[in-house]
Design a protein around this ligand. Sequence first.
Ligand code: SAM
Ligand code: SF4
Ligand code: FES
Length: 362
Amino acid sequence: MISEILNKTGLSQSDIVTLLETQGEDRQELFKYSAGIKEKYVKNKVYLRGLIEFSNICGKDCYYCGIRRSNTKVKRYDLSEEDILNAAYYAYKNNYGSIVMQSGELASDKFTERITRLLKKISEFSEGKLRVTLSCGEQSYEVYKQWFDAGADRYLLRIEASNRELYHKLHPDDDLHSFDQRIKALKDLRKAGYQTGTGVMIGLPFQSNDDLANDLLWMKSIDIDMVGMGPYLEHKDTPLYQFRDLLLPKEDRLDLSLKMIAILRILMPNINIAASTAMQTIHPQGREKAIAVGANVFMPNITPCYVRGEYKLYEDKPCTDESPEDCRACVENRIASVSNDVAYGEVGDSLHYVQRQSKRQK
Ligand code: SAM
Ligand code: SF4
Ligand code: FES
């Protein structure tokens, strides 16, 4: 029985590994427990973030990602400012409360200025009421600060794998893909004032359950405000594809991802946890399952339809043929199917962030 572990005040690495390996009734008990923690701390409601994948142009070459620089089969796009603002306005008008602006990683003054301009315009039309999360990779502290001052509130930068050796197996060995730089960027984000988010891919080749347990403990140790994590999914035009025989079957990757979400909810009860798009790719009801065991954020895709198919990080990405309206209707049903409510009109700040801010002011 795992009750003894669940009722402890702190979980050790070996406790977490035991939880990741639960089966049958123990597994059900874990999920029931994490669902109870979620209800107690953040209620059974789900915040929406309209996801705008505004450009697939990327200067980096991560071995796992379908839009990496060296993949010449990708048709590159960069949405116009008008398209991006229209999508943001769609989220505002439909009471989503917040948006995520995501792209490949570019470091240039032109890119920086463009995002700054967009942030100011979004802040203007929404009178600061639409929260904006950025997910545009590693930037300098000055750039992060400039974007924060222009109206961005939150930033998502996954560590991908908190084990340095594993990180190096997933990225080229050069300055552009440095593990230390990634850690520094996360510190800079927090210093600049953001609600800071990170995450990992689950079920990667060469990854062990010890690694996953350490990932969760690392997230706790850096006192993160929000997490988006989900299964690793292969893409045939990437270098990591050659190791596909090492991968767990999809149902096992789904199972591990759900357990990771459940355990994280227990470890960090008041943070925001996203039900990632990859969860739905690996299983048609993957995002609902994530919500049932602890996730409280859902990111409906509001990218204009004509470019959606080009933002293929991995194969079989869902919602590529649907419109923002299709996703909106679909999302409501999905969330209702696991007895959660959509928090329309709520910005959905991470409670963890709100509480750490108020502690700072005391
Ligand atoms: N370029 C920015 C960055 O890397 O932080 C933001 C966009 S990037 C596409 C967003 C996330 O997609 C990455 O952090 C990574 O975890 C995820 N991703 C990329 N390829 C993936 C794959 N094959 N399977 C699962 N997730 C993947
Ligand atoms: Fe670029 Fe991000 Fe993909 Fe890496 S994960 S190749 S930085 S888009
Ligand atoms: Fe996009 Fe279902 S969430 S169509």
